[in-house]
Ligand binder design. Structure first.
Ligand SMILES: O=C(O)CCC(=O)C(=O)O
Ligand SMILES: [Fe+2]
Length: 238
């Protein structure tokens, strides 16, 4: 038996531990381990600044009076159920922080890499990165027991892709279809550092977070407990 047969190349590379980008549905791409540990720690430090105000991290109140379990702070535009405003009129009336330039660059890089031609094989998607300029971010914090029900991101007046990055505890991201909040859907594990982009035919797909796994945040991500998720969007407003 030769050495090559004993130690085949496939076994040298860790199987599954660092899988590459995956097309979950047309226009929906999961890129595991997209952010470096250093980038994650840096973003967590920015999160600490954003929550200092002018608008605090808060759980939005839904029209029925129910409070969300996820807490949110926004950049660029303030999201409240179900609209975008420049001032946080449902919190303290203060203007939200500007959308940072580095996040515009990160969003563009995300779309360009998630929609690489060899992966999506759809020229209309691969072309979306050039002009991509997100102007709003919902920065969500999931503490113990927090979850998010199935919903569509449809308060934007643009069908540009949504870019989602995750830091801290891993979770189940339920990614469904554009017609109903029920099946068919796929449960995807989102871990610290992962990127998920949904646009094109998946832009208005229902999605949600049925479960966060407490205590699963890697020690070097900068967040000791809980989960941060940032979704960048193009509001189409001015
Ligand atoms: O936490 C996530 O990964 C998803 C968040 C989300 O869907 C939203 O903010 O609209
Ligand atoms: Fe969403």
């Amino acid at each position: 038996m030769t050495e090559d047969a004993l130690f085949p190349v496939e076994l040298v590379q860790p199987q599954g531990s660092h899988s590459g980008p995956r097309l979950v549905a047309p226009g929906a791409v999961h890129v595991p381990g997209w952010l470096t540990d250093e980038q994650q720690r840096w973003i967590v430090a920015r999160f600490g600044e954003w929550t200092q105000g002018p608008v605090p991290l808060r759980a939005a109140t839904l029209p029925g009076g129910q409070q969300m379990s996820v807490k949110t702070v926004c950049l660029g535009w303030h999201w409240q159920p179900y609209k975008y405003t420049r001032e946080a009129t449902d919190v303290n009336g203060r203007p939200v922080l500007d959308f940072p330039d580095w996040m515009v660059r990160l969003g563009k890089k995300a779309v360009s890499e998630a929609y690489a031609p060899e992966l999506v094989q759809d020229a209309s998607l691969s072309g979306l990165a050039d002009g991509y300029a997100p102007d709003a971010a919902l920065v969500n914090f999931y503490g113990d027991g927090a979850a998010m029900g199935m919903h569509q991101d449809k308060d934007e007046r643009s069908s540009a892709p949504v870019v989602s990055i995750s830091i801290g505890d891993s979770c189940v991201f339920r990614f469904g279809n554009t017609r109903t909040r029920t099946k068919p859907y796929e449960d995807v594990q989102l871990r610290s550092g992962d990127l998920f982009v949904f646009g094109g035919p998946s832009r208005f797909a229902y999605h949600g977070i049925p479960k966060v796994h407490p205590g699963t945040a890697p020690s070097d991500c900068g967040l000791s407990h809980g989960r941060i998720n940032i979704t960048m969007r193009v509001t189409g407003m001015s």
